[in-house]
Design a binder for this molecule. Structure first.
Ligand code: G3P
Ligand code: MG
Length: 244
């Protein structure tokens, strides 16, 4: 099987600039760009009124001034929240970004984006559909499309239903029973694993199937060096200040 073409940079900044700025905010993307990064990963989910925006957790408490599930609130309630002061005082007042703001930032700065579809529980397929449809319109005519990824096969099925032409990747924290067959049936172009489960043999297996092999979240130079020697295609990192 021929390896799928790969227009993406090797190094990808996790949640914008990982832990150095409030994750999944425009401030984090700006910081990653300042450190020379030209590819980013972020987590995208839906509000109750199906606005697409960036947030990692199923609930708002950890990284915003809000409370509860964003799936039970409209965007108008989330837009004013403070998504920065939990991190450190200089980021007080930083807002939750909408997906279209991040798309514009990436396109304006010639950066690639790995969009992790991160559904709240119960809306996996719908989140995949809405995020993929939105991505297709936000990147219309772009030379490098966003890479859509998810731990949830149902979300990737939804993405395929809404925008079949956009590349998809299956995220794996562990190599669960049936993952290879599931990946084949999802029509993916890449598998993104926890770095702890990636090794030369798995990279060879993925490449043999025509897929690219990526890992998250690599914050140690020695781990990165081993994986690069083994032929890894992408490394997602928090350490935009020292790696890449
Ligand atoms: O997309 C890779 C990585 O972000 C997956 O884990 O929990 O950081 O979203 P998490
Ligand atoms: Mg993520």
């Amino acid at each position: 099987m021929a390896l799928t073409p790969w227009p993406y940079p090797l190094w990808i900044a996790h949640r914008g600039a990982g832990k150095l700025a409030p994750e999944n905010t425009l401030a984090a993307f700006r910081l990653g760009l300042q450190h020379g990064y030209r590819a980013f990963e972020c987590d995208v989910k839906l509000t109750r009124d199906e606005a697409t925006f960036l947030l990692h957790d199923d609930t708002l408490e950890r990284t915003t001034s809000g409370q509860g599930s964003p799936a039970e609130q409209d965007w108008s309630a989330l837009a004013p929240l403070d998504a920065g002061s939990w991190h450190s005082p200089p980021y007080t007042g930083e807002r939750l970004p909408r997906f279209d703001q991040i798309a514009r930032f990436c396109r304006a700065n010639a950066c690639a984006l790995n969009v992790e579809i991160k559904p709240c529980p119960g809306v996996e397929r719908r989140t995949g559909q809405v995020v993929a449809a939105k991505a297709a319109s936000l990147w219309a005519g772009a030379a490098v499309p966003p890479l859509l990824s998810s731990f949830k096969p149902e979300a990737l099925e939804g993405a395929r239903e809404a925008a079949a032409a956009l590349p998809r990747a299956l995220l794996l924290d562990t190599l669960w029973d049936g993952w290879f067959e599931a990946a084949k049936s999802l029509g993916i172009v890449a598998v993104v694993t926890n770095w702890r489960v990636m090794d030369a043999a798995l990279i060879e297996q993925l490449h043999g199937a025509g897929w690219r092999a990526l890992v998250y979240t690599v914050n140690e130079a020695e781990v990165a060096e081993r994986l690069i020697r083994d032929g890894i295609d992408g490394l997602i990192t928090d350490r935009v200040d020292v790696l890449g």
